[in-house]
Design a protein around this ligand. Structure first.
Ligand code: C6P
Length: 418
């Protein structure tokens, strides 16, 4: 895990950019301006190096070898469990289950916890700003169990409207699952009131932290959520590795998600016994190399300091909000910078987001256009899609300026034909 920027004294995006080889690419004759970080982040050289070094020096299967490189691979893999636990303030490494991504983490809860705890007539509470990954697993479960799904509405500023919370969370509510930071609106939901009320009603709380863990300090012990899910690939790490945090007692009580090798204690012809959590939930050979490289990604973020990451994004988001508003774009989500992250969904001059994104791409600018896997939210916002620019540690004001210049150029082209 070499080549990390150690003890960075101040947050210097220009310097950070040098650690990301892909940012040197030229796209359509222009330097790449990467503004699709909510979809996935870029990877620093240190993460790429960890992957290469692992395959060059340590590759072996884990938890079973009695030879040197297998022991090294096992130790490196298990060390990342501690790194993740420490990063999110979990009490112990055993609170951390490795999955493929946020989506699998939520499905694991729906399957392993849901099938044991949700019964006919029970209620599951979500919000109108959820990603499909935090809707569809609950729909599958609700259909199977004849449970009901209810939704916390959002107000015009793209914030949760909690005025009916005491009715929405009632004695039938078994589970409340909501997004910590919206991948469309950028809204950072305050968690305290919902979590407290849910616990009073005897419900458990799942936080979809796919967009929050990469961008701000998180402490699961203080949050007091029962589960929290996120993905490595949105926080400088590789794809194919995700995290499910769970409270110790809940994890130890649940039955397995997938069955097979690695998750068992003993297998007999008619029945088996299982390992304790978290290994009970990691069936088969895991994604060893990517998990180890994920550890490097977290160390990279820790070296920058998550407070600094958040401060940088607040400054840039303020700049981007101002710049977009000045050219007449309609930006969705809260305007108060304390309540939002660096995800900017907008409409500009009634140009369809797909046309706009294509025009921006000709200038080397990568944004996402579409429903962002949040179709129910699009219906609430009464738009078919949005254009979305999303920021990260290597984003600069110059990137925002280039976005604005390219938008104005696209505006002239689509509306004046020039
Ligand atoms: N959102 C976006 O462009 P996975 O794909 O499992 O790593 O993450 C799913 C997910 C869950 N919740 C939220 C809030 C998310 O933003 C995402 C991923 C990406 O917005 C890809 S659709």
């Amino acid at each position: 895990m070499a080549n990390l920027q150690r003890n960075t004294p101040t947050f210097d995006s220009a310097k950070i950019r040098n650690d990301f080889p892909i940012l040197k690419r030229i796209i359509n004759g222009k330097p790449l301006v990467y503004l699709d970080n909510a979809a996935t982040s870029q990877k620093p050289q240190a993460v790429i190096d960890t992957l290469t070094t692992y395959y060059e020096t340590t590759n072996a299967n884990i938890h079973r070898g009695i030879y040197k490189i297998s022991e090294e691979a096992t130790a490196a893999y298990e060390e990342v469990r501690s790194i993740v636990a420490n990063f999110i303030g979990a009490k112990e490494p055993e609170n951390i289950i490795f999955t493929r991504n946020t989506t699998e983490s939520i499905n694991l809860i729906a399957y392993a916890w849901g099938r044991e705890n949700i019964e006919t007539g029970d209620e599951i509470l979500l919000t109108e700003m959820e990603h499909h990954s935090n809707i569809v697993p609950w729909q599958i479960l609700a259909e199977e169990r004849q449970a009901t799904i209810k939704y916390i509405p959002i107000n015009e500023d793209g914030e949760l409207d909690l005025s009916d919370l005491n009715t929405l969370i009632n004695k039938k509510t078994r589970l409340v699952s909501f997004v910590h930071m919206s991948n469309v609106l950028g809204t950072i939901n305050s968690t305290e009131e919902i979590i407290e009320r849910a616990h009073q009603a005897g419900a458990i709380v799942v936080l979809d932290a796919a967009q929050s863990v990469p961008h701000m300090p998180i402490n699961v012990t203080n949050l007091d959520c029962d589960f929290l899910a996120f993905s490595s690939h949105k926080m400088l790490g590789p794809t194919g590795i995700g995290v499910l945090y769970g409270k110790t007692a809940t994890l130890q009580e649940m039955s397995p998600f997938l069955g097979g090798g690695e998750m068992i204690d003993e297998v007999h012809l008619q029945a088996s016994t299982y390992k304790k959590a978290p290994w009970r939930y990691e069936a088969g050979t895991p994604n060893i190399a990517d998990t180890i490289a994920f550890g490097t990604a977290i160390q990279y973020l820790e070296n920058l300091g998550m407070d600094n990451v958040r401060a940088h994004e607040k400054e840039l988001t303020t700049y981007a909000l101002d710049s977009l508003t000045k050219i007449g774009a309609r930006v969705f989500g809260p305007t108060n910078i304390e309540e939002r992250g660096g995800v900017l969904s907008f409409w500009y001059q009634d140009i369809h987001p797909h046309d706009l994104a294509t025009a921006l791409d000709t200038d080397g600018i990568a944004v996402r256009a579409g429903h962002h896997c949040a179709q129910p939210l699009m219906n609430v916002l009464k738009v078919p899609a949005t254009t979305r620019a999303s920021l990260y540690i290597y984003t600069t004001k110059q990137d925002i300026d280039m976005l604005i210049t390219s938008l104005m150029k696209a505006g002239k082209f689509f509306n004046n034909g020039t």
